[in-house]
Design a protein around this ligand. Structure first.
Ligand SMILES: C[S@@+](CC[C@H](N)C(=O)[O-])C[C@H]1O[C@@H](n2cnc3c(N)ncnc32)[C@H](O)[C@@H]1O
Length: 251
């Protein structure tokens, strides 16, 4: 298995920690993504690459009928344990286990970069009704948060952070023009250890060997204990959500 495939399938090893320590998504981003549907009615929504349900929970809380699709068994089990009122199905973006034109919106939270877009985009187009929306969201620490940028430098690994390789959603004839909007968010961490636990759910940390992971964890702890922003008690990590939306056009 190549590194990209190993990373794409790495999250299940830390599924419980993922659910515990990764951030959720701001409701404003969900509502913005659904604006083109121009309705306040309950929608049929697919959360693709749903993981442990961080975004799924927000979609359910908005009152939508949600189907969560996720290939990793441990991630999907964690989702089923934590998010209720959702239909949870095993499956990949390149082969979505949902019939043609049955959903109003497909959401992808911090996962589009793992897809084979050449196969995934026509699959997403297939399951969407004309006029439906594809929304790809990425959540990550605010690039203007100085101490976090330094923290990232202090915690560099032999495998590069996904954040250094942002990926574009390709244009596709089944979709109209792409729109983009950024939303602020906050991830509260109770202690330096809690932020280290978050970083340990990132794919780069899941694929490095034990020795390298231990060394990076020690560096992160030393950094966070030395910084006034993080050394004492709970602190907030400012986050940004970069949201992209495209409308499914009729053919
Ligand atoms: C960083 S996690 C994001 C999970 C969740 N959407 C969230 O926002 O917390 C990436 C997820 O993509 C899933 N994934 C990786 N490759 C995939 C593929 N080809 N199709 C669907 N899901 C995939 C992984 O199993 C993992 O759960």
């Amino acid at each position: 298995m190549d590194l990209h495939a190993r990373r794409a399938d790495s999250f299940g090893a830390q599924a419980e920690a993922y659910a515990e320590h990764r951030p959720d998504y701001p409701v404003a981003a969900i509502r913005w993504a659904l604006e083109p549907l121009n309705t306040s009615e309950r929608l049929e929504v697919l959360d693709l690459a749903a993981g442990t349900g961080k975004l799924t929970a927000g979609l359910v809380a908005e009152g939508h009928r949600v189907t969560a699709v996720e290939p990793n068994e441990q991630m999907l089990s964690e989702l089923v344990r934590r998010v209720h009122d959702v239909r949870a199905l095993p499956g990949h973006a390149e082969h979505i286990p949902v019939p043609d034109q049955t959903v109003d919106a497909v959401f992808v939270g911090t996962a589009f970069h793992w897809f084979d877009q050449v196969k995934a985009l026509p699959e997403i187009a297939r399951v969407l009704r004309p006029g439906g929306v594809l929304a790809a969201l990425w959540i990550s620490p605010d690039p203007d948060l100085e101490w976090y940028t330094e923290f990232e430098r202090a915690s560099a690994s032999s495998v590069e952070s996904q954040r250094n390789n942002p990926l574009d959603v390709m244009a596709h004839p089944s979709f109209g023009a792409m729109e983009e909007k950024t939303f602020p968010h906050v991830h509260r961490r109770d202690s330096p250890e809690a932020l280290i636990a978050t970083v340990n759910t990132h794919s780069r940390m899941l694929v490095v060997d034990e020795e390298e992971r231990a060394s990076i964890n020690a560096k992160m702890l030393a950094f966070l204990r030395a910084r006034p922003e993080t050394s004492n008690g709970p602190f907030d990590v400012s986050m940004v959500v970069e949201a992209f939306r495209m409308v499914r056009v009729s053919e």
